[in-house]
Design a protein around this ligand. Structure first.
Ligand code: HEC
Length: 115
């Protein structure tokens, strides 16, 4: 429990540093916008089979994929429909948010429950 608190504090500290350093996406706004994505990609971006996880995706990669869906260079009817409704700002916010989820969420979710 204690370690988990420490980890959360560390992550928040890190977020504040990276958040200040990046002019791009707004993590809080991204979190709100991500409500549209959770049904397929999971509450914490962990992915819901067969939809891929988004947690921990590289920001630049994430934005590039959304743009590719939007302009049709990456084909998937489902994602093309969703991406077509996203502005550049939405994409940056979403990517920033999912990048903060990191791999820890996935690891925690996958870890066997003890006790
Ligand atoms: C109706 C289900 C559904 C919803 C809602 C949805 N997605 Fe997806 N998403 C998918 C599927 C299916 C794929 C895999 C498509 C493919 O193979 O290209 C995918 C793929 C992606 C990828 C590519 C991942 C990678 O590793 O390359 C990104 C990024 C993504 N979605 C972001 C989002 C975001 C952001 C939202 C919310 C705005 C969202 N998705 C909403 C179904 C969905």
């Amino acid at each position: 429990m204690y370690t988990k608190k420490l980890l959360i504090t560390a992550v928040f500290a890190l977020l504040m540093i990276t958040g200040a350093a990046q002019a791009g996406g707004d993590v809080e706004a991204g979190k709100t916008k991500a409500a549209a994505c959770t049904s397929c990609h999971g509450e914490n971006g962990e992915g819901v089979d067969p939809n891929p996880p988004l947690a921990g995706l590289e920001e630049a990669y994430h934005v590039a994929q959304l743009q590719a869906y939007k302009d049709g260079s990456r084909e998937d009817p489902m994602m093309q429909m969703f991406a077509s409704q996203l502005s550049e700002e939405d994409m940056a916010d979403l990517a920033a948010y999912y990048a903060t989820l990191g791999k820890t969420e996935t690891l925690t979710a996958a870890a066997p429950k003890s006790g």
